[in-house]
Every structure is written in C-alpha cells, then in structure tokens.
Design a protein. Structure first.
Length: 128
C-alpha cells in the first residue's frame, strides 16, 4: 500500500516537472523589445569592386525590467520582398531603455536601383 502511494506521488511530481520546466525555459517575448524606427542610406561607391557601402540604423526600446542582448538583422528588399543585401549587429539594451544600433554593409552597385524597402528583425540568439 505504501509503495503504491509513493509511486503515485513520484508520478505526479514527474508530471508537474514536465509541465513547469518548459515554461520556465521559454524564450523571451519578442514584444519586450520594440523597433521604433529604422532607416538606411547609400554611403560610398567602390567602383573597382562594383559595390556600394550603405549605413543602416535601427532604434529599439527594451520594455522589460531586465537587460536584453539583441541581434538586429537588417535587410534591403526588392519589390518582391527578396533580400538584396543583409547584415546583423548585436547590442545589449538596459532595462526600460532605448538604444540606436548603427552599422554598415555592402550591396552590389547594380542591385541598388532594385531596393524598394527595408526590414528589421530582432532576435535574442545568434544564429536563429
């Protein structure tokens, strides 16, 4: 009788651990870090190699009460939303603070006229 009681307690404990453990390890909520704005501009043209340097920036706000390390992916997109150039930068943002991430990258100069928009994606792990 005592053995049955003990085994049922062990079973209940195992079930509770299986339910609670994954929720404790859940990734942070993407909404905790908000993209306030982003922009890009062409910078220098490297004619010999056929590339144009571009500068991009993204302004992010950390809504949480904990420090967040973010990886910011920046894409220049065609009219079909196909990435023509991409880059990634990372930064740690203090709790309840706003941060500006600025970086540069290169795009083939012949693709520059095809750029119609840009996109920012924020992730909390690299690569993701």
């Amino acid at each position: 009788m005592r053995m049955r009681w003990l085994s049922s307690r062990l079973f209940i404990t195992a079930v509770l651990i299986a339910i609670v453990a994954p929720s404790m390890a859940a990734p942070p909520d993407q909404a905790e870090v908000e993209v306030l704005e982003h922009q890009w501009r062409p910078d220098a043209v490297w004619e010999k190699i056929g590339k144009t340097k571009f500068i991009w920036s993204a302004t992010l706000h950390n809504h949480s009460n904990v420090k967040k390390r973010v990886f910011v992916y920046y894409d220049l997109l065609s009219a079909d939303n196909i990435p023509l150039a991409s880059n990634v930068a990372n930064k740690t943002i203090a709790p309840l603070q706003t941060a500006v991430i600025v970086s540069d990258s290169y795009i083939n100069s012949n693709l520059l006229p095809r750029v119609k928009s840009s996109r920012v994606t924020v992730k909390f792990r690299f690569p993701n």
